[in-house]
Design a binder for this molecule. Structure first.
Ligand SMILES: *Cc1c(COP(=O)(O)O)cnc(C)c1O
Length: 462
């Protein structure tokens, strides 16, 4: 029995039929991205749902399984790659990063230790150095490659919790939180939901957050920040997910540093401003923070999923995320597991490395500027079309609305159903708005003009 299965698997591997089919179809998909709707039709979604049948007793084999996968699911995919998808903050994919992902998927490296993959460890080391230089982080800053900002924020705050308690003579790893000295958490009211989630996961408790009011763009009111001390975690953001605002790092990070507080900067998409000449002023002073997080799968346009945590206090993050086992041979080189919560982990640094190498420093600058230029164009054209701009883009995000919430919702639904472009809604300062996040390198000027026209036409038909 087992020999029969093994023989079949070897045959499948050797014939290459499944892989050849997948490679051909992958290429065909990428070549037709521009013709695909940004969001799937109801019929395509129903077709995928119809695949919910019991698992057959006898398998269909590799080629048939991959064929069935494409036929079942391809039509129900969201097309965020094509230039007219503005939902959430969903990045497109650079050609180099896509190809690097494909190749490294074949390598299937496991990245916790130098011993489990020297290639992945070295790629991480180089990507870490390149990113720290692009963002202007201090010497000695370390990076952990995780699934996204959710986890990157968690890692930064885990390091903060460990260090703030250690300073008070409390060994968190041994004693836990029960009976621990209190940790204060200070945050702007518009902190991202994943920041709040990290606070809950880490046992710091949302009731303990000292909320600070924010301005029209979602930026912390500097004068409203309570006195900081060495038991405080200050949560800042580079790029509010709705308003796009960047906190005043120059003042806040410096104040926090003087007080001995730990500052974490959530820069999921906005940290990349630091890598662009025309936008660098937005992040000025953030190098004085203690930890930072960003997504490569947003602004850098690597495939999902890839987030990065940066920590200037290498000992703290290593202590917070420490693990051991006699079978784990460490210390042969970079052991990435000390900067992440997982042991086994895919080697995300290959995508980042190839993306950065393909663009170069100037290319990263141009990519960031391109997204921001398109957002500015969208803002100009949508307000010229008579919509009310609820938030001007300071970076790659903007929001607008119709005369009433009801009209805004109807227009958004009509555009979502129309297939010309896709955006999501949000609540902003007491009203319903339409959010636009320009996050794909593939969004052209024509895409923006056509998308604005789609909104204008949908409003006329109301
Ligand atoms: C997207 C986003 C997050 C969460 O990132 P994930 O990669 O989805 O986990 C956190 N903060 C901000 C500001 C974001 O835009």
């Amino acid at each position: 029995m087992t020999d029969t299965l093994q023989k079949r698997l070897f045959n499948e591997q050797q014939s290459g039929a499944a892989f050849g089919y997948a490679a051909d179809q992958s290429r065909a998909y990428v070549e037709t991205i521009a013709e695909r709707p940004p969001f799937p039709s109801e019929a395509a979604i129903d077709k995928a749902r119809a695949a919910a049948t019991p698992l057959p007793a006898t398998g269909v084999g590799a080629e048939e399984a991959v064929r069935a996968m494409r036929e079942t699911f391809e039509g129900a995919c969201v097309n965020a790659l094509g230039g007219r998808y503005f939902g959430f903050v969903t990045g497109g994919v650079l050609p180099a990063a896509r190809a690097a992902r494909l190749l490294s998927d074949m390598w299937d490296q496991n990245a916790p230790l130098f011993r489990t993959s020297p290639a992945a460890a070295i790629a991480e080391e180089i990507a870490e150095a390149w990113l720290c230089e692009l963002f202007g982080f201090p010497e000695g800053t370390v990076a952990g490659f995780v699934s996204g900002s959710s986890l990157a924020i968690y890692c930064g705050l885990a390091a903060a919790r460990w260090r703030l308690l250690e300073r008070q003579g409390w060994d968190f790893n041994a004693k836990g939180l029960t009976g621990a000295p209190p940790i204060r958490v200070v945050s702007g009211r518009h902190a991202h939901g994943t920041v709040v989630k990290a606070v809950t996961l880490l046992g710091l408790g949302t009731d303990n957050i000292e909320w600070v009011d924010v301005d029209a763009d979602g930026r912390i009111d500097v004068d409203a920040v309570p006195a900081l001390d060495a038991n405080t975690i200050l949560l800042l953001q580079a790029g509010n997910v709705n308003g796009g605002g960047f906190d005043d790092f120059k003042t806040l990070c410096a104040n926090a540093k003087d007080a001995g507080a730990w500052t974490h900067v959530d820069g999921a998409f906005g940290l990349w401003a630091a890598a662009a000449r025309d936008y660098r002023h937005l992040t000025e002073g953030m190098e004085n923070a203690s930890s930072w997080s960003c997504d490569a799968h947003k602004t850098l346009n690597t495939p999902y999923d890839c987030g990065v945590v940066f920590c200037r206090d290498a000992d703290a993050i290593r202590a917070a995320l420490h693990q051991q086992g006699s079978y784990l041979e460490t210390g042969m080189g970079r052991d990435g597991m000390y900067m992440t919560p997982e042991l086994s982990r895919r080697a995300r640094a290959f995508d980042v490395w190839a993306a950065l190498l393909s663009l170069g420093r100037n290319g990263v600058d141009e990519l960031v500027s391109l997204l921001c230029d398109r957002a500015a164009q969208f803002a100009d054209e949508i307000s010229a079309a008579g919509f009310d701009l609820a938030a001007r883009p300071s970076f790659n995000q903007l929001m607008f609305a119709c005369d009433s919430d009801e009209e805004t919702v109807r227009v958004l639904r009509a555009v979502q159903a129309g297939g010309e472009c896709w955006a999501a809604g949000a609540d902003w300062r007491g009203r319903r708005v339409i959010r636009i996040s320009v996050c794909s390198w593939a969004t052209t000027r024509e895409d923006i003009t056509a998308s604005v026209r789609a909104f204008a036409e949908a409003r006329e038909k109301q």
